[in-house]
Each structure stands twice: as C-alpha cells, then as structure tokens.
Design a binder for this molecule. Structure first.
Ligand SMILES: [Zn+2]
Length: 140
C-alpha cells in the first residue's frame, strides 16, 4: 500500500510504535517539564511527539481534520467544510456515525464520543476503526 511506511517527510523523530513514543514522551516531559502528545504520522506508520498540540494543517487526512473540528466546535456543518474535501468528509462522517463517534443528519455532524474523536485525531480514522473492531476480542 503506498504511503504505509515508517519513513516520512515530517522531519520529526520517528518511533516504531505507540509505546516507544509514549516512553520518549515521558522522558521529555520529565526533562523539560512540558506536556508531550504522541500521534501517528499522517503520512506513514511511524509515531511522532509534539509539544504544541495539533494544528488542522498538520492533520493531512480529512477524517482527522473533521475530528479536530468536532472537538473544537462540537458541531460541524459540512457545507462549511473545505469544499475540496467535502465528499470525503461526508464519507468520514458516515464512518464516524457507524462507530458511534458522532450523530450526522442533513449534512450536520455533532460530536458524541469526544474521547473517541480525540483518538481519531491522534491515530487517524481507519486506525481507530481497526482498534474499535479489535476491542471486541479483548486485548486490554
Ligand atoms: Zn511523519
């Protein structure tokens, strides 16, 4: 699959998985006294750290942007969403609705599961869907 790789062009340090990124984040937080967030690379499989939180521009996928917008304003009218991404945004809204993350009606999407949406911003919608289906088999 193109783009599914550990190398990326973010120019950020890459971690192989979430647990190693979290371990590095803990070290940084202890060393610099900053809160550090980990997230899945938008262009690959690696994980990165950020101390500044997320910006919509950095969240390249439409699913992540929509989740971010929902966390910011709780309700998003897809008519006002980036027109170049609107079709994809409708697909994402339908997928989010199926996952119980949002209520979608008449092109308006409302946040339901804010913790879940925060996870979508962190890992992407497809990875979230995989996690959600994996939870049924129980890997706590
Ligand atoms: Zn990256």
């Amino acid at each position: 699959m193109p783009g599914r790789r550990y190398n990326c062009s973010c120019g950020k340090k890459r971690y192989r998985d979430e647990s190693s990124a979290l371990a590095a984040a803990d070290e940084d937080a202890a060393a610099y006294g900053e809160s550090v967030t980990v997230y899945r690379c938008p262009g690959g499989l690696a994980w990165h750290l950020t101390t500044r939180g997320f910006t919509p521009e950095a969240l390249r996928s439409t699913g992540r942007r929509l989740a971010y917008a929902l966390l910011s304003s709780n309700e998003v009218d897809l008519d006002g969403f980036d027109p170049r991404r609107r079709r994809r945004a409708l697909e994402c809204a339908a997928q989010m609705s199926g996952l119980g993350l949002v209520l979608a009606a008449d092109g308006v999407v409302r946040a339901v599961d804010r913790a879940g949406l925060a996870r979508v911003v962190q890992v992407g919608l497809d990875a979230y869907a995989e996690e959600a289906s994996g939870q049924a088999t129980g890997s706590a």
